[in-house]
Ligand binder design. Structure first.
Ligand SMILES: [Zn+2]
Length: 379
């Protein structure tokens, strides 16, 4: 095994299952301590910063000589759970792949970023800008680690080392969660003149929102993200079979495009509920916001995307694909505070699945690419 395989194997060996995702999960403390010690061992000053008790981010900075741009290299320390996996924390190498929980999502990206820092630090000519390395907790659940970084640090751009199959990801959709409650009148099931059926009224809401989903699908597509979408995720209502239900609650998830703000979305939702109330004075519903996270859209011709494209082309011999991702990432948290973010990382498969592996050659390529991005962006 070479230095890269050893480092990645060491990271996979340390259980860092997100404890908010899986009760009793090991958490990030041990892997964070390992990353900080490893960096100290190669002469890079690294700090542990508790985000939650016993759940620290790792932050390290390579200082430039001044006058250049600062690049943040970001990756997450936590993994999803391991139920159903065979020896998830015993990394094994076969056929150019490393198998194990986190090998792909995303200890490979962390290892590549750490080795790129070493390559930059060992050079005689210093950079002008700084490199800020942030290894964060809790990306797989609520994104608390990157939120803490966004509050305390700034940079001119952030490269998130998530696995992207060596594609440059410059955009992804956001999401907004809402609850709608229909209000009925509880009554004995034998008294239709007294009862108002909140569940039946929710049926009208479901039909109307299915219509809105068709409208969203027919709107002009974003060049990288296609269209926004909407689905009913959860529903509950009623007390027992023999009564008219007083309440029915629907949980809705909307996947949002850039420009689809919470105000825009809630105006659409309220419009639907008001129309239903106009059609039937007995209809009554309440809209409640739960959580919303914005989309990410970084200029594909801006300095960061350009630096990544050039670095990847120099290493791989051809320009990487520039694309959007279907899922939400920590990049949006950084974009919200004015740090343009992109994702670029190794290839593999099995994120969140029973069998997870990373292509080791692509991780090696990422070490070279990240070092070239730092050179190009911070020079
Ligand atoms: Zn990930």
């Amino acid at each position: 095994m070479d230095a890269l395989e050893n480092l990645l194997a060491d990271l996979v060996r340390i259980d860092s299952v997100n404890p908010d995702l899986v009760p009793g999960g090991a958490g990030e403390a041990a892997v964070a301590a390992f990353v900080a010690d490893w960096l100290q061992g190669v002469g890079i000053d690294a700090q542990l910063e508790d985000v939650r008790p016993g759940r620290p981010n790792v932050v390290a900075r390579l200082r430039g000589s001044g006058g250049g741009r600062t690049l943040m290299l970001n990756g997450h320390l936590d993994t999803v759970g391991v139920v159903g996996m065979d020896s998830p924390h015993s990394p094994r190498v076969a056929g150019g792949r490393m198998y194990g929980r986190g090998a792909y999502d995303m200890k490979c990206g962390l290892a590549a970023a750490m080795l790129a820092l070493v390559a930059i630090r060992e050079r005689s000519t210093p950079l002008r800008g700084d490199v800020l390395f942030t290894a964060v907790i809790d990306e797989e659940n609520a994104g608390l680690g990157t939120r803490a970084i966004a509050e305390r640090y700034t940079a001119d751009g952030a490269l998130i080392a998530e696995p992207t199959e060596l594609s440059l990801i410059v955009a992804h959709r956001g999401f907004a969660w809402h609850e709608i409650e229909t209000h009925g009148v509880a009554a004995h099931g034998s008294l239709p003149e007294e009862g108002v059926d909140a569940i039946a009224h929710m049926g009208r809401v479901l039909v109307a929102f299915e219509g809105l989903q068709r409208v969203l699908a027919s709107r002009p597509a974003h060049p990288l993200l296609r269209t926004g979408s909407l689905h009913a995720g959860l529903i509950r209502g009623g007390q027992e079979l023999t009564s008219y239900p007083a309440s029915c609650v629907l949980g809705l998830e909307r996947r949002t495009l850039p420009g689809e703000t919470l105000e825009v979305i809630e105006a659409e939702y309220r419009g639907i509920l008001e129309r239903l109330a106009t059609d039937d004075p007995a209809f009554s519903a309440t809209l409640r916001p739960l959580l919303a996270c914005s989309p990410m859209e970084t200029d594909p011709q801006g300095p960061l995307a350009t630096a990544v494209r050039a670095a990847a082309a120099a290493t791989l011999g051809q320009e990487p694909e520039t694309a959007g991702a279907p899922f939400w990432t920590d990049g949006a948290t950084l974009a919200e505070v004015g740090i343009p973010a992109v994702l670029f990382g190794p290839g593999g498969a099995g994120a969140h699945a029973f069998e997870e592996w990373v292509d080791l050659e692509s991780v090696r390529q990422c070490v070279a690419i990240y070092a070239r991005v730092i050179d190009g962006f911070c020079a």
